[in-house]
Design a protein around this ligand. Structure first.
Ligand SMILES: *Cc1c(COP(=O)(O)O)cnc(C)c1O
Length: 338
């Protein structure tokens, strides 16, 4: 039996894209599927997003774009990360568009000129006027749309001023910008996390009409009773104060359940149970309310338990947790629900 199962619900992808389209209208929705769609599976998520009316795809690297081109021969694909000179031939062959900030603008590929309005990462400090003939769009990126409205408005104003009078499409907003900042929507919004039904704000995605796409389930592989004074796991970080039933779940940090998640909760046959002791590479332990049979269902994410909860406890963001889930066949069974 599989150690764990990851289920990807493409119906949820389509409904999320639909919600985003209605929210951002008349701006187009572009689906950001870099890093294998944040661990959810780029080919599957991209296809469902396009079916639901996303008008383009965006990734971080030329290699990601090449992969996608195989399954989406007709899609508009934007590479948002910086591209080295020796990747240009591959980029041309994959018929992609490139985001270009500082430095030379390749002449024979469609480019989106990237302006730095405050992210302080990629992007130029000024747009060339007139734009080069192969500039098909101008863009910028928001640094803190999830947490700082004042700075987001400042970036939006800077971008509006710097691009006034240009006739090419303009795009600025990520998921947080698309959901909360109407002035940032412009011609297209670039949404990654929201397409996956995860909240860019770290709270309940339902507040923005979004539905989680990924669920992650396992089972109790062993059930054992600790007597008072006995412990479970490395470092003996959990010592039973009284006789305690412990369930061992065959999922650990190598599966993408990080060591910082001690203390978070999972559902054991629908009941919330705390993760106790040190999380090891291939297993973690839960404190059970009583004896439970081996094989009892454990939900790590899903059935109302949100990835956002785990992220908060581990002091990180859902983006990082989702990217870390090991979905290859050597660790889990990944199922796609069309
Ligand atoms: C990753 C990325 C996005 C998508 O961000 P979300 O918060 O996942 O919506 C948009 N634009 C750029 C430039 C990105 O790198």
């Amino acid at each position: 039996m599989a150690r764990s199962q990851v289920t990807i619900d493409l119906g949820a992808v389509r409904r999320n894209v639909d919600t985003l389209r209605r929210t951002a209208s008349p701006a187009a929705v572009w689906a950001v599927v870099k890093a294998d769609a944040y661990g959810h599976g780029a080919a599957d998520v991209a296809h469902a997003a396009l079916e639901a009316g996303a008008e383009a795809l965006a990734v971080a690297t030329v290699a990601e774009a090449r992969e996608l081109r195989r399954t989406e021969p007709g899609a508009q694909i934007l590479v948002m990360g910086p591209v080295e000179g020796d990747e240009l031939a591959a980029a041309r062959e994959a018929r992609v568009e490139l985001a270009v900030g500082d430095g030379e603008v390749p002449a024979d590929l469609p480019v989106h000129l990237k302006l730095d309005t405050g992210m302080g990462r990629w992007g130029s400090s000024e747009l060339p006027r007139p734009l080069p003939p192969n500039a098909v769009a101008v863009m910028s990126h928001l640094a803190s749309a999830d947490c700082d409205p004042t700075f987001t408005e400042l970036q939006t104003e800077r971008f509006a001023r710097a691009t006034a009078g240009l006739r090419v499409p303009r795009h600025l907003a990520n998921s947080a910008g698309a959901l909360r900042f109407p002035a940032a929507r412009l011609d297209a919004v670039r949404c990654g996390i929201a397409v996956l039904g995860l909240s860019p704000f770290g709270d309940d995605p339902a507040a923005d009409g979004l539905e989680p796409v990924l669920s992650w389930r396992s089972r109790l592989a062993r059930v054992t009773r600790l007597e008072a004074g006995e412990s479970t796991g490395y470092g003996r970080r959990f010592v039973a104060e009284r006789p305690t039933w412990i369930g061992v779940v065959p999922v650990g940090y190598a599966d993408g359940f990080p060591r910082d998640l001690t203390g978070t909760e999972v559902l054991v046959a629908g009941e919330r149970c705390a993760v106790v002791g040190t999380i090891s590479m291939d297993a973690f332990a839960v404190a059970l309310p009583g004896e439970r049979p081996v094989g009892t269902a454990v939900t790590i994410v899903g059935d109302g338990l949100l990835l956002e909860e785990h992220a908060r406890l581990a002091n990180t963001i859902t983006y990082e947790l989702a990217c870390g889930i090991a979905t290859d066949a050597s660790r889990c069974v990944r199922t796609v629900v069309a």
